[in-house]
Design a protein around this ligand. Structure first.
Ligand code: NAI
Ligand code: MG
Length: 482
């Protein structure tokens, strides 16, 4: 029985490398039946806002597996990236990328005999990638950054499960919780909560900038690393550099129902149609796909043939060295096919993923929290070009002192009232924090909105944020200097 997989050839070099890769996969005995789907730039231009036809969407949802070439996002015009949209629509919450030294691919580490084998799991849905952005004033842009408890628990659970199956000894969480105490703090808290269920795996955390430095200095110290979306994006490209560039790094976007396998590079418009594109990244994504659907032997067969081909010096132009045999995409694929089979399977990188199951209910919408949630006050984001003291004085007059107290005013996150420095440069947008006058007093939503209406007589309110307390614990950060 062949497994049906949806295949989107993609744009640019996509069709060339996809053809080469499917030829290798089928020659290696992979039991797959490609179902070609219409997806990419052309379908955007035909007016399909998701970049795919409804029929294609249906095929992908039925097969649960999408194998895709790179796709072009039309520039400007407010188009969302088709790649990002696909990952989000189908909740492929874990972006898993494997970075391994390949023989014949020369890097500073291979020259120093330092083997690299790092797996990065990047959260794929949340963080700043929601693309929820606004101009608060003509001078101020704001991006909302979501980190959720269910989303964090889900990504950490996936990571530890994968690490356990892979036999990994250590999982490291990268984050910036020292600065983003609430968002990254939540991500980190969930990490250690899940880690407790995997006592055989060492769990540690490293602040992301330090992690970047350590990865470059001692990459051999790392095994599996889990990160929020944006930090994961940057760190995974850094790791691609450690093993010789984007051409050698496969990527899988794993969800509970649908998973997407793709190369990490783009459509390479500069080399289209020249038969010189390197199919390795897409091929390695194909072997991740085969492992995902349980076809481990075919995956190993391909990986061994690829290694043998690289060792015998066949290189596409992007990683050509003076002593290697320069070949095109097709010749490279043929060389791999010639090297298939006849090699003992090494199964130390056994990595089988859970096959997709049909979705019946939304599991994340119900919160496990049943404690008290109370409104303590509000942060009003107002537009003003007055000096901090003037804004403060106006608020002191405006507020009903029996009900409200002005706690702090900040500009770009730094407190400028009641105390601050004249050297703090301000822009025309303040955050004014108002809490209940009474110690630990609580407010209703209506009271907050009435307050906003009152303030709106004097100021333009750009945005407001409730100050919440959960079981008595503050759900908001302090201003710098508060
Ligand atoms: P790119 O990855 O397409 O190209 C960067 C450089 O790497 C180019 O010089 C290119 O020739 C080279 N290159 C890339 N893949 C190669 C391969 N397999 N073999 C040999 N050389 C290769 O990145 P760029 O130029 O920033 O983006 C081009 C288009 O691709 C854009 O429209 C972008 O939106 C899209 N893109 C799509 C992605 C996806 O489908 N997941 C990911 C990244 C970009
Ligand atoms: Mg990237």
């Amino acid at each position: 029985m062949k497994t049906k997989i949806a295949v989107a050839k993609g744009d640019g070099i996509g069709p060339e490398i996809m053809e080469a890769v499917l030829y290798i996969m089928q020659s290696a005995g992979a039991q797959i039946e490609p179902k070609y789907v219409d997806m990419g730039k052309e379908y955007y231009e035909q007016g399909h806002s998701t970049g795919m036809t409804p029929q294609s969407k249906q095929i992908i949802e039925e097969t649960g597996i999408l194998f895709k070439g790179p796709m072009e996002t039309p520039k400007g015009g407010g188009m969302k990236s088709i790649n990002v949209t696909a990952r989000k629509v189908w909740s492929t919450y874990a972006n898993k990328r494997v970075f391994k030294s390949l023989p014949g691919v020369e890097t500073v580490f291979s020259k120093g005999n330092i083997p690299i084998d790092i797996t990065i799991v990047r959260e794929n849905i949340e963080d700043t990638y929601g693309g929820i952005e606004h101009m608060l004033t003509h001078d101020v842009a704001l991006c909302r950054r979501f980190i959720t408890r269910p989303g964090s628990l889900q990504i950490h659970r996936y990571t530890f499960d994968m690490a356990r199956k892979k036999g990994a000894k250590k999982v490291t969480c990268g984050h910036k919780a020292n600065i983003m105490k609430i968002t990254d703090g939540l991500f980190l808290e969930c990490f250690y909560e899940v880690a407790k269920e995997y006592p055989e795996i060492i769990a540690n955390d490293v602040i992301v900038d330090d992690l970047a430095m350590k990865l470059v200095v001692k990459p051999q110290d790392f095994d599996v690393i889990v990160l929020p979306n944006l930090q994961g994006d940057i760190i995974s490209d850094l790791c691609a550099g450690l093993v010789g560039g984007l051409g050698f790094a496969p990527s899988a976007n794993i969800g509970d129902n649908i998973s997407i396998f793709e190369a990490v590079h783009g459509t390479a418009p500069d080399i289209v149609g020249k038969n010189i594109a390197n199919p390795t990244s897409l091929l390695l994504s194909g072997t991740m796909l085969l492992r995902h659907i349980g076809q481990v032997k075919a995956a190993q067969n391909i990986e061994n043939a690829l290694l043998k081909t690289l060792l015998s010096g066949f290189h596409t132009p992007d990683f050509h060295q003076t002593d290697s045999k320069l070949v095109g995409t097709k010749e490279f694929a043929s060389a791999i096919v010639k090297n298939l089979g006849g090699i003992s399977f090494d199964d130390d990188n056994y990595d089988f993923e859970i096959p997709s199951k049909i979705r019946t209910e939304n599991l994340m919408i119900e919160s496990s929290f049943h404690g008290s949630a109370e409104i303590m006050g509000v942060d009003l984001f107002i537009e003003s070009n007055r000096l901090p003291a003037q804004v403060g004085n106006i608020f002191q007059v405006l507020l009903d002192r029996e009900k409200w107290k002005l706690v702090t005013i900040s500009n770009r996150g730094t407190q400028v009232y009641p105390t601050g420095s004249v050297y703090t440069e301000c822009i025309n947008q303040y955050r004014v924090r108002v809490e209940c006058a009474e110690e630990n007093g609580k407010a209703s939503q209506q009271e907050i909105l009435k307050l906003a209406v009152l303030v709106s007589d004097t100021y333009k309110i750009c945005s407001l944020e409730m100050l919440m307390s959960y079981n008595g614990k503050k759900g908001y950060s302090l201003a710098q200097g508060q």
